[in-house]
Design a binder for this molecule. Structure first.
Ligand code: UT7
Length: 345
């Protein structure tokens, strides 16, 4: 027992990905590329796409939240705070958190959006922990959800293989045990904005016929510059976090890296001295889903997690934004209270 302030722990996780599978073979009919190039240079075999033109990020986000409620047997009215994080907001205004709350039946909560590029989930977790530690909130829902296909230029072979759609949500609650969020490092460097951005549609460059003709509403990326910054910053931050918490590679059960490129993931794991068996990887099936990559990994690997496992989350994204979190996982295996699986909490 720990008699100090409560700690914030993740007590449930649920994901949702759209049904449509966009394979490398199909992409090779759309642009000049091959399955071999994409697998070798990025490590993606397929990604999910939300095809229904009437649906947006909030629809897949709300689906993940409803599944989370089912799994954790949480009533929507019990939620104090609901946060959506990501880059593909339904609209400029209002916040996507409001729309997800409405679609998932959350009535007694406040909420807001956090956009930190592909580090959105990491930045949001860091932001939300004090709401639990101070006692301000008892149940927080954080959902990372993206319909990136709305911003991908499917005539640009340099970016269209990279991104996919998907969502995953976590429930964050207090505990008196020495589990949950231990430490974190997060940084921004806005000078990196020129290498990865969506230029038009905001106040700096409002939408015009010209911005549409110049294809400035799509994701723009200078891949090599972003690649170099991602490798060095994700690895440096993770190693710094290990050192200042006295963690050796053997002490870490899992690295959960942002899924942007298999080579970036491998480089980060190698710098931390981790064998590949300790690195969560699902980029081959979903591609880069920005804010959803980390929670989709936790969802996919939930059955293999154990109470007390030391986890490191590491991300890098547009902005630039990057960082790492050290946390101790709170339960054993799959926690699905609707099926009587307590997850050993
Ligand atoms: O999540 C947010 C953070 N984002 C990232 O971390 C992404 C970081 N960047 C990357 O992952 C990589 O830079 C990419 C996967 C985007 C690109 O890989 P690369 O190894 O850096 O390729 P490159 O851009 O240097 O291009 C190498 C060659 C070029 O041809 P030439 O000029 O050498 O003839 C490209 O035109 O590969 C060509 N190329 C392609 N060829 C086949 C670019 N895209 C493709 C493609 N298929 N899809």
């Amino acid at each position: 027992m720990n008699n100090s302030k409560p700690k914030a722990v993740i007590t449930g996780i649920a994901g949702y990905v759209p049904d449509y599978v966009l394979t490398n073979e199909e992409l090779a009919h759309m642009v000049d590329t091959t399955d071999e190039w994409i697998m070798t240079r990025i490590g993606i075999r397929e990604r999910r796409i939300l095809k229904d033109p009437k649906k947006g990020t909030s629809d897949i986000g709300a689906e993940a939240v409803k599944r989370l409620f089912e799994k954790t047997q949480t009533r929507p009215e019990e939620v104090d705070l609901l946060v959506w994080c990501g880059v593909s907001a339904d609209m400029i205004c209002p916040a996507t958190a409001n729309i997800i709350a409405d679609k998932a039946g959350v009535k007694n909560a406040f909420g807001f959006d956090i956009n930190a590029g592909c580090s959105s989930f990491l930045f949001a977790l860091i932001t939300l922990v004090p709401f639990i530690e101070t006692g301000r909130c008892k149940k927080i829902v954080l959902v990372g959800a993206e319909k990136l296909s709305a911003y991908v230029d499917y005539t640009d072979r340099a970016t269209c293989p990279l991104f996919g759609d998907g969502a995953a949500a976590v429930l964050i609650e207090p505990t008196e045990d020495n589990l949950g969020f231990m430490d974190s490092i997060a940084r921004v460097d806005g000078s990196g904005r020129k290498y990865l951005n969506i230029k038009a549609g905001g106040s700096l460059m409002p939408s015009t016929v010209e911005t549409i003709m110049r294809r400035q509403h799509y994701i723009y990326q200078e891949g090599q510059a972003v690649f170099k910054a991602a490798v060095s910053n994700m690895a440096d931050t993770s190693v710094e976090l290990m050192e200042r918490n006295g963690l050796a590679a053997d002490d870490i059960a899992w690295l959960i890296p942002h899924q942007a490129n298999l080579r970036i993931i491998s480089a980060t794991g190698n710098r931390m001295g981790l064998p590949k068996e300790k690195v969560m990887i699902n980029i081959d099936r979903y591609g880069n889903t920005s804010s959803a990559t980390v929670p989709l990994c936790l969802w996919d690997f939930e059955s293999q997690l154990k109470r007390g496992d030391n986890l490191i989350i590491a991300t890098f994204g547009a902005g630039y934004t990057w960082g790492a979190i050290y946390l101790k996982w709170a339960y054993d295996g799959i926690r699905d209270l609707s099926k009587g699986l307590t997850g050993g909490i």
